[in-house]
Design a protein around this ligand. Structure first.
Ligand SMILES: Cc1cn([C@H]2C[C@H](O)[C@@H](COP(=O)(O)OP(=O)(O)OP(=O)(O)O)O2)c(=O)[nH]c1=O
Length: 203
């Protein structure tokens, strides 16, 4: 019987987000998942682009430090960060249900931007590629009762801007302009472009 060498992970996803795990699997490459535990605090004066790019890099770097690979192995570590921006105001994940209701009250009936940063770091030498994407989202007008019922589902609590376009939050979204996957938290086509810099061609 031929000996079968278990395929080493080509990609390492530095994330605890189930959405990102699902999206990265679309690339069809072996992936290992390692949550980063990185500190997500940033200075007040940073722009949305600086925040998502730096945090995506930080997450990938934190996982690079945790990796224990054989010297002949090398993988690409992928980190990602998503925020919602309304008229320059930055929204991360709500701390509690009250904050979630407040975010949705502000987003309802308006257009906001979703920024996602993506970083790829090669484990062997630390070579890094970073970029970001922006998607515009128009949320429909919502009554106080609709907001309260949506927040009571618990869905908003682990999501930037307190909604999930890929779940029940889909009914809150009137239209989008740009990459849908960017809103969910991992713009897969941007990731594919970054991976080309590491000689990984997809497809
Ligand atoms: C706007 C929006 C955000 N989100 C999610 C994507 C991200 O998981 C989350 C923003 O928080 P992040 O800090 O970007 O990510 P995370 O803490 O969930 O995961 P990790 O840092 O371990 O990778 O919001 C949705 O799932 N749907 C949406 O429509």
């Amino acid at each position: 019987m031929p000996s079968v060498k278990q395929a080493a992970a080509v990609l390492v996803l530095a994330s605890s987000s189930p959405r990102r795990q699902e999206l990265i699997s679309l690339l069809g490459l072996p992936v290992r998942i390692i949550p980063s535990g990185a500190d997500e605090r940033t200075p007040e004066e940073w722009s949305p682009r600086e925040i998502v790019e730096e945090l995506s890099r930080r997450k990938a770097q934190a996982v690079r430090q945790k990796l224990t690979e054989q010297p002949d192995e090398s993988s690409i570590i992928v980190g990602s960060d998503t925020i919602v921006v309304l008229n320059g105001q930055i929204m991360g994940k709500p701390r509690d249900e009250q904050e979630a209701r407040g975010m949705l009250r502000q987003l309802a009936g308006r257009v906001h931007e979703v920024y996602t940063g993506v970083s790829c770091i090669r484990s062997s030498d630390g070579r890094t590629a970073t970029s970001h994407r922006v998607t515009k989202v128009r949320m429909r007008a919502l009554t106080e009762e609709q907001i309260a019922r949506y927040v009571a589902t618990g869905e908003p609590m682990d999501k930037a801007g307190a909604y999930g376009i890929q779940e029940l939050g889909s009914v809150l979204v009137e239209s989008i302009e740009g990459d849908y996957f960017n809103v969910v938290g991992l713009p897969v086509s941007l990731l594919a472009v970054l991976l080309e810099q590491f000689e990984l061609a997809i497809p």
